[in-house]
Ligand binder design. Structure first.
Ligand code: SF4
Length: 398
């Protein structure tokens, strides 16, 4: 049975009731043992558990150090393309947003990767919008093959594909796939995805299983917080993770906890996940899923990241750019604007000051922590953690 079938059978109402109304006595007795069920996890998300936040954080820190040591794995996103045929209301790359777009050539991708290698990164996440014409699986295979020798850990965050379409990319050297469900709330999902193949909730939900079948060694999931009730999203994410741990057990699993950031289109969060709630969420995930990697991105501000690093985080991005060509200016010669999905060359728009030729593509969202990778590495050392730039080599699986 795939997770899609299991998902629909989950007792969400009862779990959500527990996440909202677990009593202090229930939480207190739960802290005496390891949480072992979704009902336990839901209780850890409750306001009553929030009263025990210090205890939760201390437990989370201890479990993380026991399972992962005092290390944080650093990675950087490398945006290949911001073309997209989907309309996702919360994303700057949405088809209908009039933004500056580009797809990097394979040589330009090499140039961007060299800049990241010079900063120390050996773990790179290739990111692209969903556009079969610009971002085909052949293009992704070629980008992967071009970087495989120099970047030992290469993951992808791109539009979901069939297993057979992933396989050449895995063979070319990609070892990880990240696919966020965005929101696990079907109704909200339907309202926010108004055009494009991403409208198919189930196709996306089953994507991690297709990625596993294709041979990806690392799988990343998560919800984008700010779209639906955060406790519901957390329960659904944890259920998804528990399913993947049972059925895709040869892969390493990570969960990311991104919150919405400002972007083109000016979408406003529908729900607020506060800083304190985010800390509680990280601790609850760690206690329920002790062996799952937890990812923290530069979406979060520096002070909050510094506080979260020692509490359960295992992977973090640093110095990120969310626009293709952001590290070197690559692709500058091929910038264009799209208007409702139609390419409009700047040359045809001359005379309009608002459409003067730009010098960079539009980013997916604004980052909050703008510190350099070096500054993050120094900070981690000061906190007593080892920043790890490389934790994998193809020779290990040869
Ligand atoms: S979230 Fe992904 S699929 Fe949706 S518009 Fe942005 S890049 Fe495209």
């Amino acid at each position: 049975m795939s997770f899609v079938a299991e998902f629909d059978a989950l007792p969400f109402s009862a779990l959500l009731r527990r996440a909202r109304h677990a009593s202090s006595a229930e939480v207190s007795s739960l802290l005496e043992r390891r949480p072992s069920s979704l009902a336990d996890f839901a209780a850890l998300l409750s306001p009553a558990a929030g009263e025990y936040l210090e205890t939760l954080c201390a437990r989370s820190q201890a479990v993380t150090r026991q399972r992962f040591g005092k290390v944080i794995r650093l990675f950087a996103p490398l945006y290949l393309s911001n073309e997209c045929i989907n309309n996702c209301a919360y994303c700057g790359f949405s088809r209908d947003n009039a933004i500056v777009r580009v797809t990097l050539s394979v040589d330009e991708v090499r140039r961007e990767a060299r800049a990241l290698l010079n900063q120390g990164f050996r773990n790179v996440l290739l990111v692209a919008g969903e556009h079969p014409k610009f971002v085909s699986n052949g293009y992704l295979r070629d980008c992967t093959a071009a970087l495989h020798e120099s970047v030992p850990s290469l993951s992808l965050e791109v539009g979901p594909m069939e297993t057979a379409d992933y396989q050449p990319i895995v063979q070319a050297g990609a070892d990880g796939l990240v696919v966020y469900q965005e929101t696990y709330d079907r109704a909200t999902y339907g309202e926010l995805h108004t055009a494009g193949p991403k409208r198919d909730f189930d196709w996306r939900l089953a994507c991690p299983e297709r990625a596993y079948a294709a041979g990806f060694r690392r799988i990343g999931i998560g919800a984008l917080h700010g779209l639906a009730d955060w406790r519901f999203e957390a329960i659904a994410t944890a259920a998804h993770a528990a399913y993947l741990l049972r059925h895709c057990w040869k892969s390493m699993l990570t969960i990311s906890v991104p919150r919405l950031r400002p972007c083109a289109g000016e979408f406003q969060p529908l729900i607020h996940l506060g800083d304190r709630d985010l800390v509680q969420l990280v601790a609850a995930l760690r206690l329920f899923l002790p062996d799952v990697g937890l990812v923290l991105s530069t979406r979060e501000p520096a002070a909050l990241r510094d506080g979260l690093f020692p509490l359960g985080i295992t992977h973090a991005s640093a110095g990120s750019h969310t626009e293709p060509g952001g590290y070197t200016g690559a692709g500058r010669d091929n910038l264009h604007q799209t208007i409702r999905g139609r390419i409009v060359e700047f040359s045809t728009l001359e005379g309009s000051p608002a459409l003067a030729r730009p010098t960079a593509a539009t980013g997916q969202f604004e980052i909050a922590d703008e510190r350099s990778p070096d500054e993050i590495a120094c900070l981690l050392r000061r906190l007593g953690y080892e920043p790890v730039w490389k934790d994998w080599d193809a020779a290990l699986s040869a």
